[in-house]
Design a protein around this ligand. Structure first.
Ligand code: B4P
Length: 226
């Protein structure tokens, strides 16, 4: 059975990082709304410029913009059975719209993976985060890259700090997360889809926990994730 996963978690909990590892491990396509919006902004499209009015302040982009982007992505990948949604949904409105969209296409969600990190590690992760302007991959200064001025270790592109990685925007993003996104935890728990993952510790150790959680959720049906 194909997995259709949403990744939930506070800002900088590692959603993009774990989505990337899942993609490399299972060749599962990723729909990352954060990355998609940053790419649109770099291209200067109306969608990117509109989204930047919200993201640069640490605010959530309106539900219809985000759900429309997911629908456009699905339209461009006909026949897609398995995928990871990195960072969507972030509100109950998005969750309901997503449910409706996926059920209409007969590809309902199978897992909601919640990455849980202690709040005190978040500012440091944000301070050290850099993103490649060319391939969109995220790194931590001091891990695979030695400084923010280094080249991207994957494609050689230029690394950049994210515009929303400021103390002010982070405070706003944390508030948005508490108010608008945490209600999704009981929402998916009630549907039997929630998998809680302790997300501190090494990136690879966290990924092992993700794999184990997906495999044990799958066990009664006798197959591994793909
Ligand atoms: P996102 O791009 O989703 O970013 P994020 O939540 O801040 O970070 P993520 O959890 O992906 O952490 P990462 O892997 O980078 O969203 C950006 C903005 O876009 C939002 O604030 C919002 O404005 C807008 N947006 C996106 N989706 C939306 C939606 N559905 N609705 C409305 N608005 C939306 O990891 C963080 C850092 O920690 C990195 O440097 C990484 O290398 C490092 N790291 C990861 N795992 C680690 C580990 N185990 N140990 C140490 N470091 C680790």
């Amino acid at each position: 059975m194909a997995h259709r996963i949403v990744l939930l978690g506070a800002p900088a909990s590692g959603k993009g990082t774990q989505a990337q590892l899942s993609n490399e491990h299972w060749s599962m396509p990723i729909i990352s709304t954060g990355e998609l919006l940053r790419r649109e902004h770099n291209l200067g499209t109306p969608l990117g410029l509109e989204a930047d009015r919200f993201t640069s302040l640490g605010k959530l982009v309106p539900d219809e913009v985000v759900v429309g982007s997911v629908e456009a992505w699905l339209d461009a990948q006909p026949g897609t059975k398995g995928f990871i949604l990195d960072g969507t949904p972030r509100t109950l409105g998005q969750a309901a719209a997503l449910d409706e969209l996926l059920c209409r296409r007969d590809i309902p969600l199978t897992d909601a993976v919640l990455l849980e990190i202690p709040p005190e590690v978040i500012p440091e992760r944000v301070r050290l985060r850099v993103v490649c302007g060319r391939c969109g991959r995220t790194f931590q200064v001091g891990d695979r890259v030695l400084s923010a001025q280094a080249a991207c270790p994957v494609c050689g592109g230029t690394l950049e700090r994210r515009k929303d990685d400021t103390a002010e925007a982070l405070a706003q993003r944390l508030e948005e997360y508490e108010q608008k996104t945490t209600p999704l935890i009981p929402f998916y728990d009630a549907r039997g889809l929630l998998r809680r993952i302790p997300a501190d510790g090494a990136v690879e150790a966290v990924f092992e926990r993700v794999c184990m959680a997906l495999e044990s959720a799958e066990k009664p049906r006798g197959e591994g994730p793909r």
